[in-house]
Design a protein around this ligand. Sequence first.
Ligand code: PLP
Length: 376
Amino acid sequence: MEVYLDNAATTKPCPEAVEAAVSAMTVNYGNPSSLHRAGLNAQLVVDGARKAIADSIGADKECIYFTSGATESNNLALRGASAAYGRKAKKIVISAVEHASVEETAADLEKKGFEIVRVSPREDGRFYAADFVNACGEDTCLISMMYVNNETGYILPVKETFSAVKRRYPNMITHTDCVQAYMKLPVKASALCADLISLSGHKIHGGKGVGALYIKKGVRVLPVITGGKQEKGIRSGTESVPMIAAFGAAVKKLVPAITERYEKVGGLKKYLLDKLSGIEGVVVNSPEDGSPYVVNISAVGKRSEIMLHFLESKEIYVSSGSACSKGQQSGVLGQFGIRDKRADSALRISMTAETTEAELDIFCEALHEGIEKIRG
Ligand code: PLP
């Protein structure tokens, strides 16, 4: 039996998403920009998904722009907002635990003359809104901070930070990468005081290669990709109608079940931690009050990659740190105080509401066996 516990890397598309994608490929296959009936039908599919996503974050549908994924959304947010607002205000504040698509984009902007301030957690491993606010100034055009960390499940104080920032600097642009929070925690644009929000389709049982950027009305973002002026000129290129349809279908399905699913996964996390506490040599790297969807642990002294392949040989799929970092040592874990041997042996188990206790039993048993068999 295959046990898939790598849902922070990607999720299995739900049947509703698959059906919507197939329908967009076989029935509504027109180009949404075409002026004839086939184009209009495709446009209606795109707009239906746009409305579902907008409703889910309490926004108007005009504020949702489709992209190829959250990597592109994050690029568009940082590059596009800094191009619009950063002529004089040259500082950008980010957290030190951002996904590479924010961190690397910020690093590139740094080379182009922006000052990037990276805010770290304090000694206790926690982030404080005051530290972000104090890092900002009149010279800051943008603050970008993820909601849920993809490696540990840590929940960052986005709402507290953005509301404080907006009180002090009403014109500063606020961006949050909500990829690991969306459809798990409530993500509402106004409650978060967010001007820009990045979302991804494949982390929520939609499909790969689609994402969205929410842009608050009145906020300017200059395009990164230019061309045929699709998405009101903010993101040129023919929309991926099948993937957008799948994204919308997944959102429609999950919206009514967010709380119920969160509680279910909370129960699964408890079950998992309880079982893990009985296995010698295992430490938990995720905070107790983090998102239950991501559980980071270390079988200290057993290298992540070796353990990962041992588990893989039993058709159990987890990740070492973040799947996007392709096995590189995680700087993010270091930020949370997880270093050396503990970081070398970190494993990320990421669940979904469809995960079962029986699957977690299989995982724990195999982990136990791996700890006994693997030398280092
Ligand atoms: N942001 C976070 C927090 C992520 O976890 C990921 C993917 O792992 C991304 C952004 C990138 O998303 P996408 O795969 O849609 O480009």
